[in-house]
Structure formats: structure tokens, C-alpha cells
Design a protein around this ligand. Structure first.
Ligand code: ADP
Ligand code: MG
Length: 348
């Protein structure tokens, strides 16, 4: 585990500076909406915007982004496309999380009553290990036609993420943590993750711990998702589980996720899509990125602004002003205009 000294955070006059990484695809247009709404609602946040060129043959942009996040403590992020298929050209998204040691990805998946989704009344928190496992990006062709890919599970990271899950459960009055794994096959790696969660659970006797194998988990999620409370998972299973739940609740455009370490936090849409094929068409659902921005405001302590924007989002969804992915007919622009209208009404 890398220890990083936090750079003193820039504060003055109650304003915050936040790093903004628009990313590719629909990222820039969604960030445009966030800025528009923040300006309209008088949010005391200034953005330090950094474009990471996915085709650059050096890491200058990435390093600048990392320095900026170390200074500001907080970032709002779209997905960065890593187009190169070359081994050795690492995903910038993964590199950011690893270098900032953001070892937890937390998704609070709550149903919107106003969204016509496959499952209703879901309230599940996914706590995913965010920096190792199958995302170690250590692959090689040992001999021609034989590729090996390393999955790395460490006791220390398994412990940190488990502790986060149980602390979250305790603070938020949650009852149960379910560890998701495949320890029947991957006895050493997933076995360590599972065993560690059992050890950490001993410090939280009021919280139930059970566990479930990833394949059964997917079936259970589709047929009976209400049995889950907090799901604790390794990196790749977490990606799969997140996408299943987001699909059940209304898809890629709705929910937001948080990436936590001990010092820095990155907010982004839950399923981390680029949305290249829908960019620039005024059809992308802006809600997931707006929810990420609201989470960020709460994290920074701007509670009143968070509440105003959150309630404008909820009113807009409940009024049925929804984009095509949710079954509606509204454009991105129409959703934003209605949110602005709700903020105006709230402030007058
Ligand atoms: P990836 O980045 O993993 O390749 P995509 O960008 O292709 O994923 O997104 C997966 C699917 O989700 C696509 O069909 C895309 O159009 C859809 N999608 C992603 N984000 C949004 C959004 N904000 N609004 C509507 N659809 C979205
Ligand atoms: Mg894509």
C-alpha cells in the first residue's frame, strides 16, 4: 500500500476547487450541464478542468490530473477512453484509481419510484475493491498461444475494503453484508478475500455476514434482489454486479458511484460508460452525472445546494420528463431545462 502525503487543500472564502475530468464520449456534454446547473444554483465550486488525451504517447495529462486531485482532494469524472490495444498502454481510468490509491468503489443503488424499471424498491449498497484483483493489468504471453493474466488479491486491501463495508453498515444502520466471491474455484485468491471479510466481521457482531458465489449472485439479483443489503466484492465481480443492478434500476444513465481512498475522492456515473455512440445527439441521460455532482456537494459539505439540486432532479424524474433510455421522450436539454425550472421555483 502506497502512503501519500496529502497536499494541503486549497480553501478560501468557503469555496472549493474541484478537479474536472470530462473524459470522452458523452462526458463533455454532461459536464457542461453540471456547470450550467451549478452556476444557476450559485454553487460555490470552481472547476480545474483537465482533458486527458487518450492518444498521447506520454502520461503528462494523467500526471497533471493526479497532481490536481492530490491538491484539490476531490474530482468529478467522465470516462476516459483508452483506445490503444497495446499491452503496456494502461487504462487511464485504472491508472488514476491505482495511483491515488482509491481502494473502494461504493455504489448506493436505490430505485426511483418514478422510473419504470424491471425491479422496484431496491436499496443495495455495493462496496467493491477498486485497485487490484483482475484489474492488476499484468498479462503476458508466456509461450506462443498461451496467455497468462494475473489476478492479485492482497490481505491488506481485502481488509481495508471489508472494514469500509462494515463501518458503512454500522454508521448507516444496515443489517447485513454479503461477500461475493468464487472461492470454491479460486481457493487462494478469493479465499483470502472471503476469509478476511469473516475476520473483520468479528469486530461488528451486530451485523450479519453471509457470502454468495458470483454466478448464483447474478441469478439471485435478477430474481430476488431484495435479499441484499450491502454487497462486498472483489474488483471484476463488482463491475458485473454493478451493471446488473444498474440495469434493473434503469440503466447506465441514472446512478452515480464514488471512488474513495484515505485522502481523495472521485465521483462519476456508476457504470463508467463512455457513451461514444450517443455523444452529441442530445439524447444522453444527464442524471447519473448530476447525481455524482450532488454526491460531491454533500461530500464537500455544501448540503443546501445538494438538497436543492437533488430535489429538482427528483421532481423532474417524477414528472416523467425522462430520456429515451428510461422509456421517456425528452431530450437531454429538456431534462436540464426542467431541472433549472425546479431550482428557480425552489429559490423564489
Ligand atoms: P463502454 O464505455 O463500457 O463501452 P458504452 O459507452 O458503450 O459502454 O455504454 C453502454 C451502453 O449504455 C450503451 O448502449 C450506451 O449508449 C448506454 N449509455 C451509457 N451512458 C448513458 C447515458 N448517460 N444515457 C443513456 N445511455 C447511456
Ligand atoms: Mg464505449
Amino acid at each position: 500500500i502506497k502512503k501519500v502525503m496529502p497536499i494541503p487543500k486549497a480553501h478560501y472564502g468557503g469555496r472549493h476547487t474541484v478537479t474536472l475530468l470530462p473524459g470522452a464520449g458523452i462526458g463533455p456534454e454532461l459536464m457542461g450541464y453540471v456547470k450550467e446547473i451549478f452556476k444557476y444554483a450559485g454553487v460555490p465550486v470552481d472547476f480545474e478542468e483537465i482533458d486527458i488525451d487518450p492518444n498521447a504517447d506520454n502520461n503528462d495529462d494523467l500526471n497533471y490530473a493526479i497532481t490536481s486531485i492530490r491538491r484539490n482532494g476531490v474530482a468529478l469524472k467522465g470516462n476516459i477512453e483508452t483506445r490503444s490495444k497495446e499491452v503496456g498502454v494502461l487504462s487511464r481510468n485504472v491508472a488514476l484509481r491505482n495511483q491515488l490509491d482509491l481502494y473502494v468503489n461504493a455504489l448506493h443503488c436505490v430505485s426511483y419510484p418514478g422510473v419504470n424499471s424491471r425491479q422496484k424498491n431496491i436499496d443495495v449498497v455495493i462496496v467493491r475493491q477498486n485497485t487490484e484483483g483482475e484489474y492488476a493489468m499484468l498479462e503476458h504471453e508466456s509461450v506462443g498461444g498461451v496467455v497468462e493474466s494475473m489476478k492479485v488479491i492482497t490481505k491488506s486491501n481485502s481488509e481495508r475494503v471489508a472494514r469500509y463495508a462494515f463501518e458503512y453498515a454500522r454508521r448507516n444502520n444496515r443489517k447485513k453484508v454479503t461477500t461475493i466471491h468464487k472461492a470454491n474455484i479460486m481457493k487462494l485468491s478469493d479465499g483470502l478475500f472471503l476469509e478476511t471479510s469473516r475476520r473483520v466481521a468479528k469486530d461488528y457482531p451486530e451485523i450479519i455476514l453471509n457470502d454468495m458465489i458470483i454466478d448464483n449472485t447474478c441469478m439471485q439479483l435478477v430474481s430476488n434482489p431484495h435479499q441484499f443489503d450491502i454487497m462486498l466484492t472483489t474488483n471484476l465481480y463488482g463491475a458485473i454486479v454493478s451493471n446488473v443492478i444498474c440495469g434493473l434500476l434503469g440503466g447506465a444513465g441514472l446512478l452515480a458511484g464514488k471512488n474513495y481512498g484515505d485522502h481523495f475522492t472521485i465521483f462519476e456515473p456508476a457504470t463508467r460508460n463512455t457513451g461514444a455512440s450517443i455523444a452529441g445527439k442530445n439524447i444522453a441521460n444527464p442524471i447519473a452525472m448530476l447525481n455524482a455532482a450532488v454526491d460531491m456537494l454533500r461530500h464537500l459539505g455544501h448540503k443546501n445546494h445538494a438538497v436543492i439540486i437533488q430535489s429538482a432532479i427528483n421532481k423532474t424524474i417524477n414528472a416523467g420528463i425522462q430520456t429515451k433510455d428510461l422509456g421517456g421522450t425528452a431530450t437531454s436539454r429538456e431534462v436540464i431545462d426542467n431541472i433549472l425550472k425546479c431550482i428557480k421555483t425552489a429559490q423564489s
